[in-house]
Design a protein around this ligand. Structure first.
Ligand SMILES: Cc1cc2nc3c(=O)[nH]c(=O)nc-3n(C[C@H](O)[C@H](O)[C@H](O)COP(=O)(O)O)c2cc1C
Length: 182
């Protein structure tokens, strides 16, 4: 698939099954993340990989956060099960460093770019993925248990695997609604 087609047809896939990308395919995905725009060369990225038992461990951490935050039993159970929706979940962290010229937002955007770059690198190799989030990614308790620093912020959970459904139709959007000349 050429680069422009990939950009124009990028698509999220929610239904994912094994196999997950592994070996060189996974390495290329992670390397694509490391090619994200990076003001100041701060490399503000950390990718936490969960697969197999790691998915259960991530689910337990999410459930603990949900419980600590006083969420319902149903929400706690949902949080525990969430990572099981794909064979690989990459928790993408912005490792934010205090910097005169590169504010927090720019470092978080850089990590966000890494999410999309990795999703596209997965799609380019025949895999599928979806960027998920949720309020728990702001929980400092979760950050501490995952070994993150005080300034770090989770920007998303990238679910990756093999598409288990036909690709959904792309939503047509009219350029004129989004573009104007100055
Ligand atoms: C920062 C961010 C967080 C998101 N969080 C979720 C989420 O928690 N759950 C979800 O179903 N989609 C979430 N999405 C949207 C999906 O990743 C996806 O973009 C959406 O399903 C539309 O599909 P498309 O990417 O193929 O257009 C999020 C997107 C972004 C950019």
């Amino acid at each position: 698939m050429d680069a422009l087609t990939l950009l124009l047809q990028r698509n999220s896939v929610a239904q994912l099954q094994a196999p997950a990308p592994e070996g060189e395919a996974l390495e290329r995905i992670l390397q694509a993340g490391l090619r994200s725009p990076d003001h100041g060369g701060l490399t503000p990225w950390l990718f936490l990989l969960a697969q197999g038992e790691g998915l259960s461990r991530l689910g337990e951490q999410l459930a603990l956060s949900a419980q600590t935050l006083g969420e319902s039993d149903e929400a706690v159970a949902k949080a525990r099960q969430a990572p099981q929706r794909a064979p690989l979940v990459i928790t993408v962290v912005a490792r934010v460093q205090p910097h005169d010229k590169v504010p927090r937002l720019e470092q978080e955007l850089s990590a966000g770019c890494a999410v999309m770059a990795m999703q596209m690198a997965a799609q380019a190799q025949g895999f599928g993925g979806i960027w998920r989030s949720g309020g728990l990614m702001f929980d400092r308790g979760l950050h501490e248990r995952l070994g993150l620093g005080e300034q770090d912020q989770i920007v998303g959970f990238l679910y990756l695997g093999t598409p288990a459904a036909e690709p959904k139709r792309l939503r047509p959007l009219a350029l004129e609604s989004f573009v104007r000349s100055l």
